[in-house]
Design a protein. Structure first.
Lengths: 468, 443
């Protein structure tokens, strides 16, 4: 690899790797007890039902054993984590009001710039609390709500209580229970009947403090005939010790609505990223998860869609890049519960430098879900002998007129392709880069252009020096 | 979710010692039995967490079955079927007989119980069995066989011997309310080749009654460049629980073909372990299950690519009618040493009734990207209406067309059955499953 090609790639990772020495307005003691939960709920001034919900979730978290079907989770030391860090007094609507130090962080990450350019709304979360949310005025007038989840609990209590915890119950798994107990921040989105949000809403998540746990909770309700595209990105500085990101995302897509949820996950390599994302798709609605994971030490995440209404459609694109010391345990689930439902899952993974990429997925067609059509396609690229790639698909069909197909391949970059591109004047590294980008294009082509460029840049950086 | 152990009353130290009570059974075999008893006691029923959600033993009545504990020697007797080179027939828990044709005798083929093989001093056979650690230590079902098998049947073909006519090994389930546990070792010396037909058949007098149990293994050891074609046909009564472990180790250049058809049993639990150790070894596996009534076909297959340039071509197909179910679980492992692997795993289900169910889990674990191919595919669906339409346009009525398509789906296994009359019998058995389909459609 020549210095030319190296300098051709601008390494922006260093720009994300800084951290702020911030004095928090409030910081919970390390470790998790009932008192921590009562403290969080009290600081937030929550209604009694939410405190009870948190405590119930906490009890379940204690009872539930650590999942052992994926490895490495036993390394998480729950007692070392700080479960709540409050950086600012309140959620601001104007960028100018955000505390300077936090503002500087997001400025460096390019958030307000992005907002000006092409977004319908922006939210930013710093450790435990949302520090900023804004939505374009014309959308507010149409009744579109985009705010921090905590704020929504106070301002929209009815719709909040109607849907909160209905898609992902606290008892769903150990980590949804943990999130239920200590959740803080996240986005709340409500799109009223028939309203189409033309530009994406974006949320930005940042872990700053060492050993911080970020437990955001996102709830998106899209009413009948409405549509929205929600994008989230995440970064964290690198500490030598572990941070924990345990989010729960609930999406309710009511009849004839369209929801697209895009994630570009680029946590630093000391973050355990254990996320439960699930959508309920009602009659003739369409839900799309577009999910990319390049960061974190370990990600466990299988965006799921429960097709509950006749004619609903699920589309999941899952992309993972696993480098040194990383395990991306990602995938997708499509659960067909109603007639004439369709699902498509496309998974692409790249593993390199000893990284491990695992696809874990499920397609289930329940009794009564007649006429279901489902397809799964998993492709994996392994760039060297030290890396590992796994595919674990579960296909459970209980209706006789289902049409399901599943295909998977694993391989390495073909020498012929590299040779061809080199014969056209590319260096070996450029050739490999191009092939990997082409391999992941099914994902990038679904992104807004600015994101696609940024994602390709990330991949390019991941690819640097990966060639022997 | 923790999985309980099998906790089988008939697997005990006492039972292991009783089963071991044949003159000449070596000490290492008894030691192996006692270790296996301990494993059965302590291991969860499914140790692979990938597959724990799809373990279903609710149909079993292990406690109500009288499992035979008396060791069975192999004796001479029986009539050689037309076209076979030798026959071993095991009837329930009572007797095991053998009859060898002229080719088998001329080739020096060994057919005996393990104790007899040890007495006869055929060290190459004993070594292959003893050193091979032939059954997976983490699978308690396999360890039940290791613990309390009352017949360790050995068929060994010496180096360089090529048997053209098939070896027939016929197991019959016992009377209702009884069970038996046995093992079969197939050992082929360097460059040897053979074809084996394994039949698992119901008791001759088929009055149904309390549950019966048939528990067995096929443990294959292929020396360099040996070649084995094995066809299996399981046609037990629907009151039988059948547990089968098949395990193969292949040295350099060895070739193995499995063609396995399962039709009977209330629960047919099968696990195949292929270990491709030697450079250039290859396994081709075709497995079919045809379920009706409340049958459950639980078919697991592990293929481990360890040596260089190995080939695995694995195909499992299930057709399910009535309330029957198929759990088809597979794992291909390509280890770091396995450069140049060509591996394919296909799992296909066809559902003919609303209440049938197909689960497929075709998994891959890959540590070596320098492969010729590493892929799997799976599909589940009804009978293809376009194919039905095509056949109807050629003059077939609808039911005949549907039946032809289903039988065509299963034909890859039928075609690999070595004896023509057994092939015909399998076709007839598959055909006989069909009326249930018709009645299910009518209902």
């Amino acid at each position: 690899m020549t210095t030319d090609t190296r300098s051709a790639v601008q390494d922006r990772r260093a720009e994300y790797a800084f951290h702020d020495d911030l004095i928090y307005l409030h910081e919970a003691k390390r470790g998790l007890t009932r008192a921590t939960i009562e403290e969080i709920s009290s600081i937030k001034g929550e209604p009694e039902w939410m405190l009870q919900y948190r405590l119930r979730a906490y009890d379940h978290f204690l009872k539930r054993p650590m999942p052992s079907w994926t490895d490495g989770l036993d390394r998480i030391d729950f007692d070392k984590i700080v479960y709540y860090r409050k950086p600012s007094e309140r959620e601001e609507k104007s960028w100018d009001d955000v505390p300077d130090q936090i503002k500087a962080t997001f400025e460096r990450l390019g958030i307000p710039e992005a907002e000006r350019k092409f977004l319908a709304g922006v939210g930013a979360q710093y450790d435990s609390e949302v520090v900023y949310h804004s939505v374009k005025e014309e959308l507010s007038k149409l009744g579109v709500v985009f705010m921090g989840t905590d704020q929504a609990l106070h301002e929209y209590p009815d719709i909040f209580r109607k849907y909160f915890g209905t898609v992902v119950p606290a008892e769903d798994n150990k980590f949804s229970a943990l999130n239920g107990a200590v959740w803080s921040g996240g986005s709340f989105v409500y799109v009223p009947k028939g309203v189409e949000v033309p530009l994406p809403l974006q949320a930005y998540f940042r872990i700053n403090g060492e050993n911080t746990g970020q437990f955001e909770r996102t709830l998106i309700v899209v009413d009948e005939g409405a549509s929205v595209h929600y994008i989230e990105g995440c970064t964290a500085p690198i500490y030598a010790t572990d941070s924990l990101h345990v989010a729960v995302v609930e999406v309710v897509a009511l009849a004839r609505s369209r929801v697209r949820y895009t994630t570009i996950q680029n946590w630093s390599n000391d973050v355990y990223n254990l996320v439960t994302k699930r959508a309920h798709a009602y009659e003739d609605s369409t839900v799309e998860w577009i999910d990319a994971n390049t960061g974190s030490r370990k990600t466990v995440k299988y965006p799921s869609i429960y097709l509950r209404g006749r004619g609903a459609t699920a589309d999941i694109i899952s992309v993972a890049v696993a480098g040194r010391g990383q395990h991306q345990d990602t995938g997708a689930k499509a659960i067909h519960l109603a007639p004439d439902t369709r699902s498509r899952i496309v998974s692409k993974s790249v593993s390199k430098d000893g990284g491990r990429a695992s696809y874990r997925g499920q397609v289930k067609v329940s009794p009564g879900a007649t006429g279901a059509v489902a397809s799964v396609r998993c492709d994996a690229l392994m760039l060297d002998d030290e890396s590992r790639s796994d595919t674990y698909p579960y296909i459970d069909i209980q209706e006789d007129d289902t049409s399901l197909s599943h295909e998977a391949t694993v391989g390495r970059i073909s020498a012929d392709q590299v040779f061809y591109l080199m014969s056209r004047g590319l260096t070996e590294n450029e050739a490999q880069n191009l092939i990997v980008q082409g391999f992941l294009e099914v994902f990038t082509k679904e992104l807004p252009m600015e994101y696609a460029i940024e994602f390709n840049r990330l991949v390019k950086l991941e690819m640097e020096g990966s060639l022997g | 979710m923790s999985v309980p152990s099998l906790a089988l009353a008939f697997v005990s130290e006492e039972a292991a010692r009783a089963a071991s009570d044949l003159v000449g059974e070596p000490d290492w075999r008894l030691a192996q039995r006692l270790e296996a008893v301990e494993r059965v006691r302590t291991l969860p029923a499914e140790t692979n967490q990938l597959f724990t959600p799809y373990l279903d033993l609710r149909a079993t009545r292990f406690g109500e079955v009288a499992v035979a504990t008396t060791a069975r020697p192999v004796t001479d007797g029986g009539t050689l079927p037309e076209g076979a080179s030798l026959l071993v027939e095991v009837a329930g828990a009572t007797s095991a007989t053998r009859v060898l044709g002229p080719d088998a005798i001329a080739g020096g083929v060994i057919v005996d119980d393990l104790a007899g093989v040890v007495r006869s001093g055929a060290a190459w056979v004993v070594d292959a069995i003893r050193d091979g650690a032939t059954l997976p230590v983490e699978d308690p079902f396999a360890q039940v066989a290791a613990a309390v098998s009352t017949l360790d049947l050995v068929v060994a073909v010496p180096a360089g011997v090529r048997l053209e006519q098939p070896i027939v090994i016929r197991w019959r389930a016992g009377a209702p309310g009884t069970g038996s546990v046995g093992r079969t070792f197939l050992v082929l010396g360097e460059g040897a080749s053979a074809r084996v037909l394994e039949e698992q058949l119901p008791d001759a007098a088929t009055d149904s009654g309390p549950q019966r149990l048939w528990w067995g293994t096929t443990e294959v050891s292929l020396a360099a460049h040996a070649s084995l074609e094995l066809a299996g046909l399981q046609d037990f009564d629907q009151d039988t629980v059948a547990v089968v472990n098949r395990d193969a180790r292949l040295d350099e250049g060895a070739r193995l073909q499995w063609a396995l058809a399962s039709l009977g049993g209330v629960l047919h639990r099968s696990r195949i372990d292929n270990r491709l150790l030697g450079r250039g070894s290859s396994v081709h596996q075709v497995e079919i299950g045809f379920g009706s009534g409340a049958q459950l076909f639980d078919l697991t297959s592990y293929t481990r690519h360890i040596g260089e340039d190995t080939t695995g071509d694995l195909l499992s197909k299930g057709v399910f009618t009535d309330r029957s179910r198929g759990y088809i679980k597979g794992l291909i492992e390509i280890q770091r040493t396995a450069l140049g692997t060509d591996s394919y795993l296909g799992e296909f289900g066809m559902l003919l009734t609303k209440r049938s169910r197909s689960v497929t889990i075709p998994s891959l674990e890959i540590d070596q990207p320098n492969v010729r191919r590493a892929a799997h595919s799976s599909s589940v669906g009804p009978i293809d209406e376009a194919q039905v339409f095509y056949l109807m346009s050629r003059g077939l009525d609808r039911e005949t067309a549907r039946k032809a398509i289903v039988l065509g789906f299963l034909e890859p296994v039928v075609a690999r059955i070595p004896l023509p009359e057994v092939q015909e019998r399998l076709r007839a058995l598959l055909d006989a499953k069909w009326p249930r389909v018709e009645s299910a459609i009518a209902a």
